[in-house]
Design a protein. Structure first.
Ligand SMILES: [Zn+2]
Length: 460
C-alpha cells in the first residue's frame, strides 16, 4: 500500500483539540480556516484569507464554508462481523451472544462473507465521518485478511485483530490455544505495520478463553510489547458471575487479565461498567484504556458507565459505538447517548468534551495521538466536514443558537450520518454527501473530483 494521499486545501470552520478542553487554550477554532494538505499530510493550518495570498494559484481548494471541519472521528471499539446482528431483539449480553452473535460470526470462515461485510462496514463508517476504528474480526483468520485488505485499499488507519476464543462457543468459532496463537502470529507478520494498518491481540473476553489460551495471549503480548490489545471487561452482571465461576482463583474480573499480562499501555477494555475501586486502580496502574460504549450498554441493558470515577482514578477513557451490541455507526449519535447515560449518573458531558473524545481523546485512548485526531501540521489528513443544519429539525434549532458550544451540543444531540458532508482520508475524498449515499471507489481508480474554484462558492 502506498501512503500517497491528495494535495489540496480544505476551507471551512476548523475545530481541533490540542488537549482536554478543560485545559486553557486546548480548543483550536478558526472561523474561516484553511487546511493545506500535501501528499496526505497536513502541511499548514491557519486563517484562509492570509494563507490564500501566498499559496500556489493552481492549488485545488475544497470550499466547505459554512460547514465545520474536524479531524476524522475515531471509534475505538466495534465488531466487523456484527453488521447483521445490530438490533436483534430482547436479550442481555450472554444470551445475545449465544442466540444471535455466535451463529452469525460462524459464517465468516468464508472469505467472501468477510469481504462484503468489510466493504459495507467501511462505507458506513466513512459516511458517518469515522476514519479510524479498533475492530474485532471473528476467530477466522480469513475475516482479518478481508478487513485489512479493504482498509488498505481505502488507505485507512485501522487497528484490528482475530478474536481468540477456545471455549464456550459453537465449534465453528472455536480455535485452540495453539491455533489461536499461530494464526495471530501469521496475521501479525502479514499485516502489522503494513501502510497504516496495526494488529491488535484480541482475546474476545475471559469467558471464552481457557487459561491456556490466555497464556498464549500473554506470550503474544510479551513478544509484541507495543502492540494493541483489545477485549471486553465487566459489561454485565451475568458475565461477571460467569467469570467468577470460571476463574475461582481470581478476586475479580480484572485480575484475570492482570494475571496474563494484558493490563498495560495500548490495552483497550470495552465497557468497564461494574468495576470496583481495586479494579480501577489496576487499570490506572497498567495505563490501560476503558472504552465507554453507550448505545450498546443501553441496548443490552448492561449498566451505566461511571466516567467521573474513571477520571478521578486517572484512567484513559475512549468513546465507541460497539457495533453490533451498539445500535448506531455514528459517533455523533454515540455521543448523544453518552450524554444521556451520564445524565442518569448526574454527570455532565459538555459538547467540547464530547467532540474532544471523538477525535483527539480517542486518538490518545488508542495510542495514535502522534498521527491522527488533530488538525495540525505533520498529522495525517483524515478529516470530516459536518453540517450542523443537516435536517429540518437541526436547521430550526440552529436559528436559536448563539455560541459555538450551543451549536456543537445541538449537532451532537440531533445529528448522525446525515450531518456528514464529506470525509477525507489522507487528504483525498472518501465520502461525499449526495443523493446516492455510498462510499467512493478506491482512490487510485477515481477521477479527480471537480472542485469549487475558490472563495464564495460552497462545494456543496
Ligand atoms: Zn464489543
Amino acid at each position: 500500500m502506498t501512503m500517497h494521499g491528495g494535495s489540496l486545501a480544505i476551507r471551512g470552520r476548523l475545530l481541533s483539540f490540542d488537549a482536554d478542553p478543560r485545559e486553557e487554550g486546548a480548543v483550536r477554532y478558526v472561523e474561516d480556516g484553511l487546511v493545506v494538505i500535501e501528499k496526505g499530510l497536513i502541511r499548514e493550518v491557519g486563517e484562509a484569507p492570509a494563507l490564500l495570498k501566498r499559496l500556489r494559484p493552481d492549488l485545488r481548494i475544497a470550499d466547505h464554508r459554512p460547514h465545520l471541519v474536524l479531524p476524522g472521528f475515531i471509534d475505538p471499539h466495534l465488531h466487523m462481523p456484527q453488521t447483521q446482528v445490530v438490533a436483534s431483539y430482547g436479550a442481555e449480553l450472554m444470551e445475545w451472544l449465544a442466540k444471535y452473535t455466535f451463529p452469525e460470526e460462524s459464517r465468516y470462515g468464508d472469505p467472501a462473507v468477510g469481504a462484503s461485510a468489510s466493504r459495507f462496514l467501511i462505507d458506513e463508517l466513512l459516511a458517518s465521518g469515522t476514519t479510524t476504528a479498533g475492530v474485532f474480526c471473528t476467530s477466522h483468520p480469513e475475516s482479518v485478511d478481508a478487513f485489512f485488505t479493504e482498509a488498505a485499499e481505502r488507505g485507512l488507519r485501522m487497528v484490528a485483530g482475530k478474536v481468540m476464543m477456545d471455549r464456550n462457543g459453537p465449534p465453528a468459532l472455536l480455535d485452540t490455544p495453539e491455533t489461536g496463537y499461530e494464526q495471530s502470529r501469521d496475521l501479525i507478520r502479514r499485516w502489522h505495520g503494513k501502510g497504516r494498518l496495526a494488529y491488535a491481540i484480541t482475546p474476545r473476553f475471559a469467558p471464552t478463553s481457557s487459561e491456556l489460551q490466555l497464556e498464549a495471549a500473554e506470550a503474544l503480548a510479551g513478544e509484541f510489547p507495543d502492540m494493541h490489545i483489545q477485549t471486553h471487561l465487566s459489561e454485565n452482571e451475568g458475565e461477571i458471575a460467569f467469570v467468577r465461576e470460571a476463574f475461582p482463583w481470581s478476586k475479580d474480573y480484572t485480575e484475570v487479565y492482570e494475571r496474563y499480562g494484558l493490563v498495560r499501555d495500548m490495552a483497550l477494555f470495552g465497557h468497564c461498567i461494574h468495576l470496583s475501586e481495586r479494579e480501577r486502580a489496576a487499570l490506572a496502574g497498567g495505563r490501560a484504556t476503558a472504552v465507554f460504549c453507550p448505545t450498546s450498554n443501553l441496548f443490552l441493558g448492561s449498566g451505566l458507565f461511571d466516567r467521573e470515577a474513571m477520571r478521578a482514578g486517572g484512567i484513559k477513557v475512549g468513546l465507541a459505538t460497539d457495533i453490533g451490541g451498539g445500535t448506531s455507526y455514528s459517533m455523533l449519535r454515540t455521543a448523544a447517548e453518552a450524554y444521556k447515560v451520564l445524565a442518569l449518573r448526574s454527570q455532565k458531558l459538555p459538547a467540547l468534551d464530547a467532540f474532544h473524545m471523538m477525535t483527539a481523546g480517542n486518538a490518545e485512548a488508542m495510542g495514535l495521538d502522534n498521527r491522527i485526531g488533530r488538525i495540525v501540521p505533520g498529522y495525517e489528513a483524515d478529516l470530516v466536514v459536518l453540517d450542523s443544519a443537516a435536517t429540518s429539525a437541526m436547521r430550526r434549532r440552529m436559528e436559536r443558537v448563539e455560541t459555538l458550544e450551543e451549536e456543537l451540543f445541538a449537532l451532537m444531540m440531533l445529528g448522525d450520518e446525515r450531518a456528514t458532508v464529506a470525509t477525507y482520508v489522507l487528504g483525498a475524498p472518501a465520502y461525499e454527501r449526495g443523493p446516492l449515499r455510498r462510499g467512493l471507489p478506491a482512490r487510485q481508480d477515481r477521477a479527480p473530483p471537480e472542485w469549487a474554484p475558490g472563495a464564495g462558492e460552497s462545494a456543496q
